[in-house]
Each structure stands twice: as structure tokens, then as C-alpha cells.
Design a protein around this ligand. Structure first.
Ligand SMILES: [Zn+2]
Length: 63
């Protein structure tokens, strides 16, 4: 089975089940999949907004 890798960093990609994009967490890019074909072009990639990091991080108070 062919493993999808990032065209930039050659790192492994993960599939976002909701957006059906291929995600490179290292480059923080999401590559679109059109008609079932991954578009592995940096120019077509979308920068990932890190929702977890964007949300305020609540740390437990140090005691
Ligand atoms: Zn990458």
C-alpha cells in the first residue's frame, strides 16, 4: 500500500475525516482531495489553523 507523504517534508500525512484533506502536521498544511485524488501541491494547500492552540489554554492552578 502506497503511503502518502508530504511533498515538502516527505513526512507522513494524516487524513482529516471531516474535511477529507490530507494533513501535514509538521508543515501545518492541509492538502485538498479532489474527486478522490489528492492534490499534492503546496500552492493548493491550505494553512492549518490550530484550533486547539487558538483556544485559550486553561492550566490547573499550581498548588
Ligand atoms: Zn510536510
Amino acid at each position: 500500500m502506497e503511503l502518502m507523504v508530504c511533498p515538502l517534508c516527505k513526512g507522513p500525512l494524516t487524513i482529516d475525516a471531516q474535511t477529507r484533506e490530507l494533513i501535514c502536521s509538521a508543515d501545518r498544511l492541509a492538502f485538498p482531495v479532489r474527486d478522490g485524488i489528492p492534490v499534492m501541491l503546496e500552492s493548493q494547500a491550505r494553512p492549518i489553523e490550530d484550533e486547539a492552540a487558538a483556544a485559550p489554554v486553561v492550566l490547573p492552578p499550581a498548588s
